[in-house]
Design a protein around this ligand. Structure first.
Ligand code: DAH
Length: 339
């Protein structure tokens, strides 16, 4: 039995030494030390050993196990180290190689322009609000003093979901929603997408964006409107910018005006950019019509207000001197990354 154990031990050590892979060592461990391994077999045959010799044989088995285990562990450690070193050698990191460019996209010029406009008005105490893109005809037209058959509906022909529901043609209905909330005074800004049945060209799209503004309080006058928009234009286009109010007509404001700013390209002398006039139109505005106030439950004898509507794309095109609106919708990264 002693010889048999010696034999097993020698054979195990030989195999361990000859192993060049961790998996092989595991196989050896199972073959010799496992439940059905060689050493266990010897222990099982203990019943054939004379009782007085059993402790001795037990001791011999344990010694053999300890030697094999020791050798296994030692060899495993050596092999693991070798594997790690090989891996490290293989995975040399060349820190001089150029880094991979991360493609993280780019803020759209519309978004940049919107954030700029929001920043200016929030700085004046305005709150940013949102309204639905699918809107009641009632809010989009009727409550803005545009009854059925009013000619203003022609210019703002849009997409009808049903007789009473439309894709909003302007952000002005958010004015009504703000007034109906019933909290006064109001200083709100409402950006969003609008829709019209327009053909696509360099200055038109069936879907574009507007930013609506509304202020309602006691004693609001046209002077407040003028001062506010003059300040806005200076902040947006530079401190030299002047504004000009041209009389206009909007059904929901009285009086109404369109606002031009001095051309920021030529400073007002006239150039190709402003088509020689020195002025560029940027928005529509006016004093909220008394009918609109009373239809939304506000007493026009007590309160007054002004409103304005800006085309977001128009601002982006002007600010970044882009000459075709379609570029804004193509999402070509070579275009977008220029801003
Ligand atoms: N909603 C108008 C349009 O789409 C723009 C506008 C003009 C908005 C005057 C206003 C305003 O709030 O007072 O043409």
């Amino acid at each position: 039995m002693r010889d048999q154990l010696e034999q097993i031990k020698k054979e195990a050590l030989k195999q361990i030494e000859a192993s060049d892979a961790l998996e092989k060592l595991n196989d050896i461990k199972v073959a010799y030390l496992g439940k059905k391994g060689e050493l266990t077999n010897v222990l099982k045959s203990m019943k054939d050993v004379a009782p007085e010799d059993r402790p001795k044989v037990g001791q011999l088995v344990n010694d053999a196990r300890a030697v094999i285990e020791g050798k296994l562990e030692e060899t495993i450690a050596v092999l693991q180290k070798k594997v790690r070193e090989e891996q490290l050698n293989k995975e040399v990191i060349d820190v001089t190689l150029p880094a991979k460019r991360s493609k993280s996209g780019h803020t759209h010029p519309n978004t940049i322009a919107l954030e700029e406009v929001e920043r200016i008005f929030v700085g004046m105490g305005y709150e940013v609000m949102e309204g639905p893109e699918v809107e009641y005809d009632h809010y989009n037209f009727e409550k803005l003093n545009i009854p059925k058959n009013h000619p203003a509906r022609d210019e703002q022909d849009t997409f009808y979901i049903s007789d009473s529901i439309v894709l909003r043609s302007q952000t002005s209905p958010v004015q009504i929603r703000a007034m109906e909330e019933g909290k006064l005074p109001i200083r709100m800004l409402a950006p969003g997408r609008v829709f019209r049945s327009d053909e696509v060209d360099a200055t038109h799209s069936p879907s574009f964006h507007q930013i609506e503004g509304l202020v309602i309080d006691k004693n609001i006058t046209f002077a407040d409107l003028k001062g506010t928009l003059a300040e806005f234009a200076k902040e947006l286009f530079g401190p030299e910018t002047k504004v000009k109010f041209r009389p206009h007509h909007f059904p929901f404001t009285e009086p109404s005006a369109e606002v031009d700013v001095t051309c920021f390209k030529c400073g007002g002398d006239g150039c190709r950019f402003c088509k020689g006039s020195g002025w560029i139109e940027i928005l529509g505005c006016g004093m909220v019509h008394p009918n609109v106030l009373s239809m939304s439950g506000i007493d026009p004898d007590e309160y007054s207000g002004f409103a304005f509507g800006v085309g977001l794309e128009r601002i982006a095109l002007l600010k970044y001197e882009i000459d075709d609106m379609r570029l804004l919708y193509e999402n070509d990264i070579r275009f977008l990354k220029q801003f």
